[in-house]
Design a protein around this ligand. Sequence first.
Ligand code: SF4
Ligand code: FE
Length: 479
Amino acid sequence: MLTGKEYIESLRKRNIKVYFMGELLDSATLSENPFLRGHFNAAAMTYDMAFDPVCKDLLNVSSHLTGKTINRFTHVHQSCEDLVKKVKMLRAISLRTGSCYQRCVGCDALNAAYTVTYEMDKALGTQYHERLKKFLLYVQENDLMVAGAMTDPKGDRGLSPGKQADPDLFVHVVKRDDKGIVIRGAKCHMTGMINSHEMLVMPTMAMGPDDKDYAVACALPVDAPGVLHIFGRQTNDGRKADGDLDQGNPRFAVVGGECLTVLEDVFVPWEKVFMCGETDFAGLLVERFASYHRQNYGGCKGGVSDIVIGAAALAADMGGYAKAAHVKDKLNQMIHLTETLYCCSIACSAEGAKTASGAYYVNPLLANCSKHNVTSLIYEIDRLAQDIGGGILATMPSEKDMNHPEVGKYVQKYLRGTASVPTEDRIRVLRLLENMTGGVALVESMHGAGSPQAQKVMYSKLANLEMKKQCVKDLVGIK
Ligand code: SF4
Ligand code: FE
């Protein structure tokens, strides 16, 4: 297993093309770039915590392929206990980073592909599962970070992939030969992509029989020839060029760090192709991946909310109003909502089941509920945090003003809360709260792992409404 430092060193060797603000960045020094640094540091925590005696049990696990100890982010779940430990691990890491650490997406993609390739081979006589296992072994042995690449641009949402005016709006195969395939298209909102080693490309939705070229799953290095990434802007990212204080969480950023990944005629050898034309299995792969990823949200957002609760409580302490009954009540509401998020993630894990491949899969209905809770409860948690934090969250002068030779003394004097707390400490906490409860963090809670409508679609599919109707008929005596 790699340490966080070794992980970051290993990324320097890539020749990755990342554009940001109109510039091609130097690939060897991406981890030092002030706009990107926090995302690298957060992902590095998934490596460092594997060596922390307190968290070892959560982050270390025995590989079912080799028996060796590996990082849980490269593991295929072998029991419900594994699924539960994943959620606990995510909450523990969020408590240290206060932000997304991005590595879960690839873990979920590997697990989904592991279960689906097995079933596909059994049904169709294909040979994808052994290839997937080889790739998994490579990931485990080198402790790699894999970006899960699912979301296509999708163009006109009313048209299927093959009917789009521009055929590249969904990733598709443009050439096949005896060596491999060539793919073209793009993947959007790619969390952790720029600081990963490999990406696992998957279809974005169920495919019809006419969309064979679009039913493609494969793995490739993030710096393969023909691949480039355009890194997105985030709320308040201009502050990253300024001092630390104004950023709120300068070491780890706020959310994952997303990019648009362009695949311009990229060659992938057959040994890294895990689906090519099997349209009947595209929907299953999407569903499995989505459920594994939705499982996470009560864990990672539970931990992020713990930090928001802690920051709101500290803001109240530092402002001298922690004893007010309404503040205590709001903190209790926030705790209730956070634990509700967590309960759902634990439940979908504990209620998991073995798939034909031997790997364990979450209860998909409960996993969808878990993510769906996040699309509203985080807003309520953050609303309460902003209520406790006060209007100062939106009006604080900058770090530069605080340290200014003339006006610094006024910032120090008039932004003070209780006399025992230095003004700078109070501002640090309030800035963290400002950044964690606004902008991108909320959008990520709404749309990360799928928009709320994507979860609702799964309810009607999974909740067995007919059984409920039959129960009513039995109860009231309707034949
Ligand atoms: Fe992992 Fe949460 Fe980030 Fe998704 S949002 S990658 S589950 S930390
Ligand atoms: Fe996410």
